[in-house]
Design a protein around this ligand. Structure first.
Ligand code: NCD
Length: 389
């Protein structure tokens, strides 16, 4: 049976996402903190004997610690490398070799890396499941699972929400995974980028190609910051925003840009369209979300971070095939089915300069079984111009 990895949110089917949520709910019910409904406070032994490696080549608080906490709560053990300066990467080892080696030491690997497509490359060489804990500006699929889970718990539904994405939409990997998963569940997506930080063209193109999303005309009652609305043909753009999702300015991914980043505060959120909005943020915040708002019932970001533990417990136990009645191995796997994967020959190069294919391996193309047949980079999903492919 094929080894399952999670390198993009699109590696999971909608059915699998719903299964992960059902198991996370079970963990919250059975092991939750009676005084804090979003918190897991007790442990089980279902992953006893298993080892998880967390390999983090970029800073992290929530992702690494919630993964490690999740594995501890499942009764497993954790080995961790949180500082690239202390791994063999500092001696020039390739990620491919590191993935081969670490998969001999652990049963599951969580990788965070500054280069786009790194997790997909590691997955090609690992003999155990690889989970992407964030790869450059590309994707952060487990954050999207936490985000969707929060929306479902707090709004009661997942389908057809009206979700505004605010801030640095270009370089926020959480936004990219979230946009795909929202489209998968039929949300209307309102883009509110900081000027110059619009959603990357290849992400918009995927929304159009894979999810048949189209630009919709916006209602006049929406705030000025909404520059585009994407949805399904039949969607009616509502004035009320169900979820406002903010991100910080991703300063580590920009060179020579000083941003005039907006601040979201009580005054901003007093607009009628935000009256019932859930305000979400993957955190950390860096000045763009006023702490004076924290006690407002619409502020969901600390609960959102807390759900990281049950969601990751569910994902780990499913990938390790340790949950009694469910396994991700039951599925052939993947939402996206590549028609063909070709390793780069004939001078094919990924146009994304921060793609792992430029660091090791060379470009691979995947041609998806889609209407457009648009060739994309196998690692970072940027479109490869047809004259190159
Ligand atoms: C995010 C990340 O690392 O992409 N953090 C997280 O995992 N919760 C968001 C960010 O750093 O802005």
């Amino acid at each position: 049976m094929a080894l399952r990895h999670l390198t993009s949110i699109n590696d999971l089917t909608n059915e699998e996402i719903v299964r992960i949520f059902a198991l996370a709910e079970k963990f919250l019910e059975g092991l939750g903190d009676p005084d804090a409904p979003s918190r897991v406070s007790r442990s089980t032994e279902i992953c006893a004997g298993s080892v998880m490696a967390t390999l983090f080549y970029e800073p992290s608080t929530r992702t690494r610690l919630s993964f490690e906490s999740a594995m501890c709560r499942l009764g497993g053990r954790v080995i961790s490398s949180a500082d690239p300066a202390t791994t063999s990467a500092a001696k020039g080892e390739t990620l491919a070799d590191t993935a081969r080696i670490v998969s001999a030491y652990a049963d599951i690997i969580v990788l965070r890396h500054p280069v786009e497509g790194a997790a997909r490359l590691a997955a090609q060489y690992s003999t155990v499941p690889v989970i992407n804990g964030g790869d450059g500006a590309h994707e952060h699929p487990t954050q999207a699972l936490c985000d969707l889970f929060t929306m479902r718990r707090e709004k009661g539904v997942l389908e057809n929400l009206n979700v505004a994405l605010f801030g640095d939409l270009k370089n926020s990997r959480t936004i990219h995974s979230l946009a795909y998963s929202l489209a998968r569940f039929g949300a209307t997506i309102l883009l509110m980028p900081t000027p110059g930080m619009e959603l990357p063209a290849h992400v918009e193109q995927q929304l159009r190609d894979e999810f048949e999303y189209i630009p919709l005309s916006r209602s006049n009652d929406l705030p000025d910051g909404v520059i585009k609305v994407y949805g399904r043909l039949q969607a009616v753009v509502k004035d009320a925003i169900d979820v406002l999702y903010l991100t910080r300015f991703q300063k580590e991914r920009w060179t020579d840009v000083t941003s005039n980043y907006p601040v979201v505060n009580q005054k901003f959120l007093a607009a009628p369209c935000f009256r019932r909005s859930l305000v979400m943020h993957p955190l950390p915040r860096a000045g763009e979300l006023d702490p004076a708002f924290d006690d407002d019932p619409r502020a969901a970001y600390f609960r959102q971070a807390s759900y990281g533990v049950p969601i990751r417990m569910a994902l780990i136990s499913l990938l390790l095939d340790r949950s009694s009645d469910q396994s991700l191995k039951q599925f052939a796997g993947g939402f996206r089915h590549a028609d063909r994967i070709e390793s780069g020959t004939g001078g094919t190069e990924c146009p994304n300069v921060n793609c792992i294919s430029h660091v090791e391996s060379g470009a691979w193309l995947e041609r998806l079984a889609l209407k457009s047949d648009r060739p994309r980079c196998f690692f970072c999903h940027h479109e490869i111009p047809s004259q190159l492919a």
